[in-house]
Design a protein around this ligand. Structure first.
Ligand code: PEP
Length: 252
């Protein structure tokens, strides 16, 4: 059974109490209705991770991840969080390379490669986010950009057991938080290209790596996106903040 991953990136939104309430509401809206082939991934801010883990309890089909971490075991890195600390809190995965980390916090290819390999090595699953800016797309650099982001970020991974804990999220930067969703043809082409690049990078196992789409996914467009070839789920920002709307995406 191929799984569909429905991920909610809550960015820097929600107090602990709000995160708990949204989680509780989501659990109740999806109770008994969550198909066995769907997994919900909640990605709250660090401060709400423990509360969300506790609220989910033993409910199956839900897991909790982090938006970021620093690629070191421990040390003098004021303000940073390590993979071990996240695992200790109950996180099973983390995002790497979200466009906001790349553009607002200047995380470059080399640093992202370190994060991917260190996070996987320490036992986290990693969702590596890639995507082109509007200018790159207009200049015909879509494939060049995706290829560079993939090969550089994955350069440190040779072990296939480790690759089995990797997912990708294709998120065109121009579609994130803009209300502008990529057309199904654009999404299909990009996902097929990402799949073929993964096959070039990994000699085996590339078919199994989930590729999520992200960029203004809403209850109104989910049914067009999920059936596309090589789309194994969605990464949702704005529309994941309200439990009611996100539950319609999750079940859509
Ligand atoms: C995101 O933050 O990864 C994202 C896709 O945001 P939005 O759904 O708001 O476009």
């Amino acid at each position: 059974m191929t799984k569909q991953f429905m991920a909610a990136n809550w960015k820097m939104f929600k107090t602990r109490q709000e995160a708990e309430e949204t989680t509780r509401e989501l659990l109740s809206l999806t109770a008994t209705k969550l198909p066995g082939d769907r997994e919900v991934l909640l990605i709250p801010p660090f401060t709400s991770i423990a509360a969300v883990v506790e609220t989910i309890g033993s409910r199956t089909g839900f897991s909790v991840g982090a938006q970021n971490f620093y690629p070191a075991e421990s040390g003098a890195y004021t303000g940073e969080i390590s993979p071990g600390m996240l695992l200790d809190l109950g996180c099973s995965f983390a995002l790497v390379g979200h466009s906001e980390r790349r553009h607002l916090f200047h995380e470059g290819d080399d640093f992202l490669a370190r994060k991917v390999s260190f996070g996987l090595e320490k036992g986290l699953k990693i969702i590596l986010c890639i995507g082109e800016t509007l200018n790159q797309r207009k200049e015909g650099l879509l494939e060049t950009t995706l290829s560079r982001q993939l090969t550089s970020a994955l350069s440190g991974i040779s072990n296939l057991d480790i690759a089995s804990r990797l997912s990708l999220a294709y998120e065109p930067v121009w579609a994130i938080g803009t209300g502008e969703v990529a057309g199904t043809e654009d999404i299909g082409e990009a996902h097929n290209f990402v799949r073929s690049e993964l096959k070039n990078i990994f000699s085996r196992g590339a078919e199994e790596i989930p590729i999520l789409y992200g960029g203004s996914v809403k209850p109104g467009n989910i049914s067009e996106i999920i059936p596309l070839d090589n789309v194994d789920g969605v990464l949702v920002g704005g529309a994941s903040l309200q439990a009611e709307g996100f539950s319609r995406i999750v079940l859509g």
